[in-house]
Design a protein around this ligand. Structure first.
Ligand SMILES: *Cc1c(COP(=O)(O)O)cnc(C)c1O
Length: 434
C-alpha cells in the first residue's frame, strides 16, 4: 500500500511507515494513493460471510504484501471479533449497529485493528512501545482496550480529573493489565499539552519508544470501511439506490465510507449528520470550510469544530467542491431536536437509539423528504444507548437496560494515578518504564 501526504504528494510512505509515524512529516494526513476495486462478484460471493471473512479479503487487496496473509488473517480475526448487525427498522430502512465491541462504540473497530497492526509491526523491537494517549472520554478506552494484553506494549492514558462522565471514568480506570490511567489535575488541553511535551522531549525519546496511536492514523480508518461493505452485502433489496447516514464529528467514519465507495461499494449518497457543530453543512452550503470553536452538545463525541478528516475528503475529490456536494448531504441538529429524535425512533420503530444515532436518523429523514425517488437507507449507530443513559432516559421518559459488560465496569474498583499538570511529573513517571 502506498500513501501520500495530503499537504505534499511528494511525501510518500508504505503502510508500515504510515502506521508507525501516524502523521506525515511537515503535517497533513496520510492518504492511500490508490484504492483498488473489489472483484465484480464480491458482494454476491460474500452474502453469507462474517465481517472478518469479508474484511480479510478487502484488507488483502488494500494492504498488499506488507503483511503476510496468515498474519493479516489473525490480526483481523483476533481483533475484529465482534459483529456489526444490520437491524431492520422498516422496509428499506436499517440501522447498522457498530457498538458490539469492548467499549460499546464504533471506535473499537479502528482501535482494535490498529492495535493488531501496530503490535505486528513492532513485535521485533527490542524495546517496549509505550502508547501515550490524551483522552476526553471515549477514544482513550477504545485505544486501551485495543492494546490490552498486547505483548511489548504499554498504554498510558491521560484524562482530565472530574471532566469525564462516571461511565467513561470507570471505563478508563478499570482496564488493568498493561494499561495505566493518569488522572490529571487539569483540563483535556493540559493532557494534550503534556503528551505533546513528551513526544518532543528528545532526551526521553532516546530512552523510550513512544507512540501516539493517534485518531488520524490511517490504521484507524481502514477497518471502518469494512462494515460498509458488510452492511451492503447483507441487504435483501439491492435494486434501489443506497444511502448511508453517518453521525459525524472528525469525519473519520464517513471518510471510511468514501474509501469503500472508491473500492466499489454501490452507495449513491453519504449523509454527514452533525450536531450544533455545523462546519460541514456550512461548507456544503457555501463551499467555504470555516473551522469554529467547538460547542458542547448531548452527542458529545461529535463536538468537533475543525473536523480533521476534511483534508482527506478534499484530497480524495481533488478539491472538487461540486463533486463533494454531489455525493455528500449534510445537516445539523440541536440538542432539543436530538431528544425528540430519540423519542420518535422509539415510538415509530420500537428501537432505542443513542444521541449520535438520533442525529443520523434526523438527517436521513430530512434527506428523504427532499427526494422524489425511493432509497434503501442505512443509519450507522455509533454507540450503545446505555453509554448515554441520562440523555436517553430523559428523552424517552424511562430507564434503559445497561448491558452486562458496562455494568461490570461500573462495579469495578477504579485505579488511577493522580498527577498535577506539570510535565516534570509525567517525565519522571514515564522514565519508570525504562
Ligand atoms: C467518535 C464518534 C463519532 C464521530 O465519528 P467521526 O469519525 O469523528 O466523524 C460519532 N459517534 C460516536 C459515538 C463517536 O464516538
Amino acid at each position: 500500500m502506498k500513501l501520500y501526504s495530503t499537504l505534499n504528494k511528494d511525501i510518500t510512505a508504505n503502510f508500515k511507515e504510515a502506521v508507525i509515524k501516524g502523521v506525515p512529516p511537515g503535517g497533513g494526513l496520510f492518504m492511500p494513493s490508490y484504492l483498488p476495486k473489489l472483484r465484480d462478484d464480491f458482494y454476491k460471493s460474500h452474502r453469507d460471510s462474517s465481517l472478518p471473512e469479508m474484511a480479510f479479503e478487502i484488507c488483502k487487496i488494500l494492504i498488499g504484501d506488507e503483511i503476510p496473509d496468515a498474519h493479516l488473517k489473525s490480526i483481523i480475526f483476533d481483533n475484529l471479533n465482534f459483529d456489526a448487525p444490520l437491524k431492520k427498522l422498516e422496509n428499506n430502512k436499517y440501522i447498522l449497529e457498530l457498538f458490539h465491541g469492548p467499549t460499546l462504540a464504533f471506535k473499537d473497530f479502528g482501535a482494535k485493528f490498529m492495535a493488531g497492526v501496530l503490535s505486528y509491526f513492532t513485535k521485533n523491537n527490542n524495546k517496549e512501545t509505550i502508547i501515550l494517549v490524551a483522552t476526553s472520554g471515549d477514544t482513550g478506552s477504545a485505544v486501551a482496550n485495543g492494546f490490552l494484553g498486547k505483548e511489548g506494549i504499554k498504554v498510558v492514558l491521560l484524562y482530565p480529573s472530574g471532566k469525564v462522565s462516571k461511565i467513561q471514568e470507570q471505563q478508563l480506570t478499570t482496564i488493568g493489565g498493561n494499561v495505566t490511567a493518569l488522572e490529571i489535575d487539569g483540563t483535556f488541553d493540559d493532557c494534550q499539552r503534556l503528551v505533546k511535551e513528551a513526544f518532543s522531549d528528545t532526551g526521553l525519546n532516546s530512552l523510550l519508544t513512544l507512540s501516539s496511536a493517534n485518531s488520524i492514523n490511517i490504521a484507524r480508518l481502514i477497518p471502518q470501511s469494512f462494515y460498509y461493505h458488510y452492511a451492503y452485502s447483507k441487504l435483501e433489496n439491492k435494486s434501489l439506490p443506497v444511502v448511508f447516514s453517518v453521525p459525524s464529528g472528525n469525519l473519520g467514519n464517513i471518510t471510511a465510507g468514501l474509501f469503500a465507495k472508491e473500492m466499489g461499494l454501490p452507495a449513491c449518497k453519504f449523509i454527514a449528520a452533525v450536531n450544533a457543530n455545523n462546519i460541514v453543512p456550512e461548507y456544503i452550503r457555501t463551499s467555504v470550510f470555516t473551522p469554529k470553536p467547538s460547542v458542547a452538545t448531548l452527542s458529545n463525541a461529535m463536538d468537533v469544530g475543525n473536523p480533521s478528516n476534511f483534508q482527506r475528503i478534499s484530497s480524495l475529490f481533488n478539491k472538487d467542491y461540486e463533486a463533494i456536494k454531489e455525493l455528500i448531504y449534510s445537516n445539523s441538529y440541536s440538542d432539543s431536536e436530538t431528544l425528540k429524535g430519540i423519542k420518535e425512533v422509539l415510538d415509530l420503530y420500537d428501537y432505542t437509539i443513542d444521541p449520535h444515532g438520533a442525529v443520523g436518523y434526523l438527517a436521513l429523514k430530512d434527506f428523504l423528504k427532499e427526494q422524489n425517488e425511493s432509497f434503501v437507507s442505512i443509519i450507522l449507530e455509533t454507540a450503545h444507548p446505555a453509554k448515554f443513559n441520562d440523555t436517553v432516559t430523559s428523552a424517552i421518559g424511562k430507564s434503559i437496560i445497561i448491558p452486562e459488560g458496562l455494568k461490570s465496569a461500573l462495579d469495578k474498583k477504579k485505579h488511577s494515578i493522580k498527577m498535577i499538570a506539570d510535565y516534570n511529573h509525567l517525565r519522571d513517571f514515564l522514565k519508570g518504564f525504562e
